[in-house]
Write a protein that binds this ligand. Structure first.
Ligand code: GLN
Length: 453
């Protein structure tokens, strides 16, 4: 990981005029333009918007009135989160050319704190994936440590660029079942998937509405805590957003002493690569020496049923959410020909990738009358049991620790050989917390690919 000026120090220096926000913005845009043809971290770069914002902020410095916790900080935004005036496609062909006329609430909030929006980061189409390979090849981000390896997914561009950039920067990302934890761990970045409802989803293109959460990826824990604080809070535009007051999240991780932490033994089993478990045990030892009380615990239901329950619920919700991209209301349009069914099929066949189609078909099947009880509703019942298992664990522990991914960042050549079920099985450790809606933190010395750049 390249060393950069931490965001809080950057903000102080930008406000004092010691660092020129305009120059810093120009430099980061140059870095993106130079690296993107090879690394594909961005689906679109919002150069004009960023430069205009930087100019405005520089004026404020001259007038000596700078405010905002993210003053002048370049912030990238996952492609599935709407940014006004900037093409936002969620990594899908069906949304190519879509330019939102409004900002997502998180974008409004970040800008209010002085953030500069530099572009939309690459991802698996609509978040469907674990390696950011379910999108066009020229939009698949490459791991900054070794280019033949994946950045993880689905927020691959956010994590990859965070690890790649030499400039102060943070990214607004999204997770449904692990899309922040996975790429953060594969790129050696920090990720935080907040509690469901903590951050407004207004302006997020839905994948599975009962699971989707907007969160942060950055180089350090403090930076993610700061960005999360800026984008959190109730929003009248999202009825699922929590009314809990927004607090300064930073002290949370400074007082580790006497915390009780449970180590979930099932997530250190045969499915987890020894390279990964060794790193996690190393981190556990550090926690112990910092005064944390560590104890082994068990979450058998989550380990056994998490992936199946997640994939049934996620694809069921996705199949209804994607119904809106029908060729009339949103997204790609075609020549109006044939009857409606023929027209819809033609547009959707052309606009969705193979993986999106697979999920639409699976999800529609799982919700169909006659199958609904056996699949969707059964998965929802299982989810309740999995949540109860978490509730039980949190009676005893303040936090639960386990690996994020069972493997280190794999090579693309290996990913190509995986079946869809093998892809889904990779989410073993990330889906439980996402199903339960609890917060998921990924610490930075995670599971980077073996060789450092
Ligand atoms: N890999 C998971 C999936 O494909 C997670 C995706 C996500 O969190 N957006 O569903």
């Amino acid at each position: 990981m390249k060393k950069t000026l931490p965001i809080n120090e950057f903000v102080l220096r930008a406000k004092s005029g010691e660092i020129s926000v305009e120059e810093h913005t120009q430099k980061i845009l140059e870095e993106i333009k130079k690296s993107n043809p090879t690394y594909h971290y961005f689906n679109s770069v919002s150069e004009q918007l960023a430069l205009a914002q930087a100019k405005e902020l520089q004026k404020i410095v001259k007038e000596k009135k700078p405010g905002g916790k993210l003053f002048g900080v370049p912030v990238s935004v996952k492609d599935c989160i709407c940014v006004k005036g900037v093409e936002s496609t969620a990594g899908s062909k069906i949304l190519e050319g879509y330019v939102p006329v409004f900002d997502a609430t998180v974008v409004v909030r970040a800008i209010k704190e002085g953030a500069i929006i530099i572009g939309k980061t690459s991802q698996d189409e609509f978040g469907f994936g674990t390696f950011s390979t379910n999108t066009a090849p020229e939009k698949t981000p490459l791991n900054p440590f070794e280019r033949e390896r994946s950045c993880g997914g689905s927020s691959g561009g956010s994590a990859g660029y965070t690890a790649f950039s030499v400039f102060s920067h943070a990214s607004i990302a999204e997770s449904t079942g692990g899309s922040i934890a996975c790429p953060a761990s594969f790129c050696g970045a920090v990720g935080i998937t907040p509690t469901y409802g903590r951050v407004s989803r207004y302006g997020l293109m839905d994948y599975a509405s009962s699971l989707d959460k907007i969160g942060c990826i950055s180089k350090t824990v403090q930076e993610s805590a700061l960005l999360l604080q800026c984008i959190s809070g109730h929003d009248a535009l999202d009825s699922t957003s929590l009314k809990n007051p927004v607090v300064d999240f930073s002290p949370d991780f400074l007082s580790a002493k006497n915390l009780r932490v449970g180590i979930v033994k099932e997530f250190f089993g045969a499915a987890v690569d020894k390279k990964v478990s060794d790193v996690v045990w190393g981190a556990v030892k550090k926690l112990e020496s910092a005064g944390v009380k560590v104890e082994e615990t068990s979450m058998p239901l989550n380990a056994k049923y998490g992936v199946s329950a997640y994939y049934l619920i996620a694809v069921s919700e996705a199949s209804t959410n994607l119904a809106r991209y029908c060729g009339m209301r949103y997204g790609l349009h075609g020549e109006l020909e044939g009857n409606f069914d023929e027209y819809f099929s033609k547009v959707r066949s052309a606009g969705f990738s193979k993986e999106a189609k697979r999920r639409i078909i699976l999800g529609t099947f799982a919700r169909m009358s006659g199958f609904r009880d056996a699949f969707y509703l059964r998965a929802m019942k299982a989810r309740t049991s999995l949540i109860k298992e978490f509730a039980g664990a949190f009676k005893k522990f303040d936090a639960i620790v386990h690996p994020a991914m069972p493997i280190v960042a794999p090579k693309f050549s290996k990913i190509k050989k995986l079946s869809p079920l093998q892809h889904y099985a990779m989410d073993l450790c990330t889906v439980p917390a996402n199903l339960a809606g609890v917060r998921l933190n990924i610490s930075r010395k995670g599971f980077q690919s073996e060789k450092k750049a």
